[in-house]
Design a binder for this molecule. Structure first.
Ligand code: ATP
Length: 341
């Protein structure tokens, strides 16, 4: 495995600036997740690393070597796509062996067998090695697709939303497995997704990307607790963070220059009316089993928060809102440091 670095990389397609002056280092053994909406430039970033696209400016470095002008085949990168790209007429075994059988590699058959069997064990598909690739469930196919990357020992694995075509249960299962495998093998992975749960659970660090720009890079905790701006704050957290104009608050100390406060569910406590300043009216309570989503109207603005299912709350009820350390943003949406206590 190796370090991979992008230095000030830009790529334009006609009028679209897909990637703008993006710099990023993926450290050896790191699981870095690029999180961003559709069209943010995630796939283009991966394609620039593989060499399938050439940057207009900037460079790609692998282990300190500038590979910007090198052809894709020489870069020693394994790529897992969104859709499983298996050879349908081949068995699972032959699909897994395929990357090792290229004439350039000349890997002896006994070593291929060993690598394929180890990989199949790792992915819990050892019993399926003789199946035709098409005779597998969606989850098994995607395991084989991931396995085809894992049989090799490249500088880096690039993964483009590899779990997005699976149902929620399989996604959750493979998320855990991918993380386990990455830790076990010490692999370097750059993984792109628009799914915040994948980013939060698997990443060593998350890079939040929008309109081709890297907005913030940090551990999941840093990104969640100390977002650089209101957009980054809105990318993580369920229910989504609520934004309120600072002028609507009463008795909540905020730093000078605060235009908007960001209220996550853990910043908001609902209580029975008892003379407090901020009164909201419950609009709807959604019962989700282990918790309730409470939608409430505060001065004409709808807020959504979580509440304990045992707390007696119902539509039409008036409650007090108690804010604890909400996030504060200036006019431009940049986060302001919290007030000293
Ligand atoms: N070959 C191309 N020709 C023209 N425009 C392109 C090309 N590839 C990407 N783009 C544009 O560049 C921007 C970034 O696209 P990219 O595929 O990198 O986004 P993404 O973050 O991977 O999105 P998604 O999550 O939908 O895959 C988009 O506006 C897209 O339309």
């Amino acid at each position: 495995m190796a370090d991979v670095a992008l230095r000030n990389i830009s790529k334009r397609f006609g009028a679209t600036e897909a990637v703008r002056e993006l710099s990023l280092t993926i450290n050896d053994g790191e699981f870095l997740v690029l999180l961003g909406p559709s069209g943010a430039g995630k796939t283009t970033t991966l394609r620039l690393i593989t060499g399938l696209e050439k940057p207009d400016a900037g460079s790609v470095m692998i282990d300190g070597r500038d590979v910007t002008q090198d052809p894709p085949g020489s870069r020693d990168i394994a790529f897992v796509f969104q859709q499983y790209s298996l050879y349908p007429h081949l068995s699972v075994y032959d699909n897994l062996a395929f990357p090792l059988r290229s004439p350039a590699r000349r890997v002896p058959e006994p070593i291929i067998r060993k690598r394929v069997e180890q990989t199949a064990d790792l992915l819990h598909i050892a019993s399926k090695l003789n199946n035709r690739a098409t005779r597998l469930s969606g989850g098994e196919m995607q395991r084989v697709a991931i396995g085809r990357a894992l049989v090799r020992d490249p500088s880096i694995y690039l993964m483009d939303e590899p779990l997005s075509s699976l149902d929620a249960k399989l996604r959750a299962e493979l998320r855990l497995e991918l993380k386990r495998i990455q830790l076990e093998l010490g692999s370097t992975i750059l993984y792109v997704t628009h799914d915040q749960v994948e980013a939060m659970t698997m990443a060593s660090r998350i890079g939040v990307i929008r309109d081709g720009r890297l907005l913030q890079l940090g551990t999941p905790r840093e990104i969640y607790e100390s977002p650089a701006d209101s957009y980054v704050a809105s990318r993580l957290g369920t229910p989504q963070i609520n934004f309120l104009s600072a002028g609507l608050l009463s008795d909540v100390p905020v730093p000078p220059g605060t235009e908007t406060v960001g209220i996550r569910t853990e910043h908001l406590r609902l209580a029975a009316r008892n003379g407090g300043g901020m009164i909201g009216r419950i609009h709807r309570v959604e019962h989700l089993g282990e918790q309730n989503h409470v939608h409430l109207d505060y001065k004409g603005k709808m807020l959504v928060t979580l509440a304990d299912p045992h707390q007696p709350l119902h539509a039409g009820q008036e409650v007090e809102l108690h804010l604890q350390n909400p996030l504060c943003f200036d006019r431009a949406g940049q986060r302001l440091p919290a007030m000293a206590h």
